[in-house]
Design a protein around this ligand. Sequence first.
Ligand SMILES: C=C(O[C@@H]1C=C(C(=O)O)C=C[C@H]1O)C(=O)O
Length: 342
Amino acid sequence: MTVTHPGLARTAALDCLFVRPGDDGRARTAGRHVLGRVTYGHGGRPPQLHDGAPLARMAMAAADDERITEVWTTDRPVRHGRDGGLVYAEDGEHFLCAVRIEEQDVYRDTVRAVYEAAFTLMWRLGYTELLRMWNLVGAITGRNGEGMENYQDFCVGRAQAFESWSGRIPGMPAATGIGSLRPGIDLYFLACRDGRARHLENPRQTPAHRYPDRYGPKSPSFARATLLEPADGSRPVLYVSGTASIIGDDTVHPGDVERQCAVTLANIQALVAPDNLRRHGLAGGFRLADLDCVKVYVRDAEDLPAVRAHCAKALGAGPDIAFFNVDVCRPDLLVEIEGICR
Ligand SMILES: C=C(O[C@@H]1C=C(C(=O)O)C=C[C@H]1O)C(=O)O
């Protein structure tokens, strides 16, 4: 991890924290400007503007399960707005946008149209680099009206949008594509100005956009991580995509949640390590202990205690970790982990 002033690790220009019921959210964001709030909770609602920033309510927790609000803050004043179904905020360096796609019989055309509308909006406002995307897909491994998995259907529309914008938006960012607890697709993402984002792959895994077509007609459009190098020289921040027990392009240890946890964490360790950043021509690097704002997605509720224990042992008491009992993008994946290194 690199800091701009030895001994004074400045708060990142763009920051994230988890606020839980009972926390004093205002105290925890004092002195900062809110770019957006995303609640991983019950029920879910389309995104709206609330208290001067986008608020997206995601159906990610059953009634008596843990819920969090992920709050994105910045050290710069924020302007917000709405463009059709797109709710957004921006601070001159960073852009956050949220949008919901209601349940469709077949998703690909709507996904493409919504992604292209989002790209058009961010481009019009001068944010030309995607930083991190989250796609929460109801019944992610369920079937659409044509019998295709909803996730594969989603990937087709997303890939078509990236293909049509490939000359204007360089590369594909870190992302998460995970199940949610309600039909439809909830999407939110971060973007930044030109030249601030560097996308990384993982030496242990096939780049997702090069997956063979046995996983779907169009491969997933995301990188394994994205490094943000802020304009103000504050410390770089590494956004780690949802990561699972996949070596190469194969799921490993089907049916064994402990070993899937171990492979997932080993994948993240290799991804964020100085060797891998150096492989991409970047200085610095991180360790598992640098992960924060960790979200752990567990397919089967009965595996939650074991996964909690495994993550506590591997990540220690430092990071803020939230656990969610939702489906993963492949039926044989039992756990997935994402986070932010800073
Ligand atoms: C777990 C994987 O993919 C998941 C799906 C993603 C997407 O489609 O955007 C991104 C990361 C993960 O949430 C993987 O392919 O390794």
